[in-house]
Design a protein around this ligand. Structure first.
Ligand SMILES: [Zn+2]
Length: 258
């Protein structure tokens, strides 16, 4: 008997938990008035900064509003009429923005189609039909960009493998998080005697940017591209001591390479 009672209370507990969980997945209309959020694709969108939150959770919506838009909450106090007007204004602005985005997307699709057709054969109905059938969804475009990028990289690696000599231009700088990074550009002559200049790699450096660190990063970049350093004929740098010093700079270290 006790066992049955225990089981029933456990089931009740689980059901209650599930109900709370489900409630958390729903957008609450009251959030618009209280926290300036609206629902789009079943996700909460902030009317003030347009950010989309990942979950329909009161704590997340509340935290966003209270920490990011503290000034707004102080300026437009709850239940006052001018706050309601301001929220309505933001809702209209957001709606118009969405309309503009969708009309622009359709317009750009039409322009792209027309451009492709004008390059090919505008009078050919078969081409016309094929062009209109090409999928230009976000994922398809992403896949195509990735395919093109792989192809471009492969061409560069092949060219470098077959070239007689190449030169480099390297420069290091820090990103917004103050982490050092180095861009490596390569210039070479292809087997068809065409001079090409490409970005070979963008490498993360260690916390220190001594000549030896830069040399190590460059070695790794060249190794990754399967390029041997004995084809290197010149290196361009900004002349900073880590780059240009006779013995401990990048140039010195490259020269002393066996
Ligand atoms: Zn916001």
């Amino acid at each position: 008997m006790d066992k049955v009672k225990l089981n029933t209370s456990l089931v009740c507990k689980i059901t209650r938990k599930r109900k709370i969980k489900d409630k958390n997945k729903i957008f609450h209309n009251g959030w618009t008035e209280k926290y300036a959020f609206i629902k789009r694709n079943n996700k909460p969108i902030c009317l003030i900064c347009n950010i989309e939150l990942a979950h329909n959770k009161t704590c997340n919506v509340k935290r966003h509003y209270e920490t990011i838009h503290k000034k707004f909450s102080e300026e437009y106090l709850l239940s006052l009429n001018y706050r309601k007007n301001k929220i309505e204004l933001l809702k209209t602005k957001n709606k118009n923005q969405q309309l503009n985005i969708s009309s622009y997307s359709q317009e750009s699709i039409n322009t792209t189609e027309a451009n492709v057709l004008s390059v090919l054969d505008p009078s050919n109905s078969k081409i016309q039909r094929l062009v209109s059938q090409i999928s230009i969804s976000r994922h398809t475009i992403e896949r195509r960009i990735s395919d093109i990028s792989i192809d471009v990289e492969q061409q560069l690696l092949n060219d470098l493998k077959n070239c007689e000599a190449f030169s480099l231009a390297v420069d290091e700088s820090t990103d917004i998080e103050d982490k050092p990074q180095m861009a490596v550009f390569v210039r070479y002559v292809t087997s068809g005697v065409i001079v090409k200049e490409e970005l070979l790699d963008f490498v993360k450096l260690k916390d220190t940017t001594r000549g030896v660190d830069i040399k190590e990063a460059l070695n790794n970049a060249l190794l990754k591209a399967n390029v041997t350093i004995n084809k290197l004929v010149s290196v361009a740098t900004d002349g900073a001591s880590a780059m240009a010093r006779k013995y401990l700079g990048l140039i010195g270290l490259i020269k002393s390479d066996p």
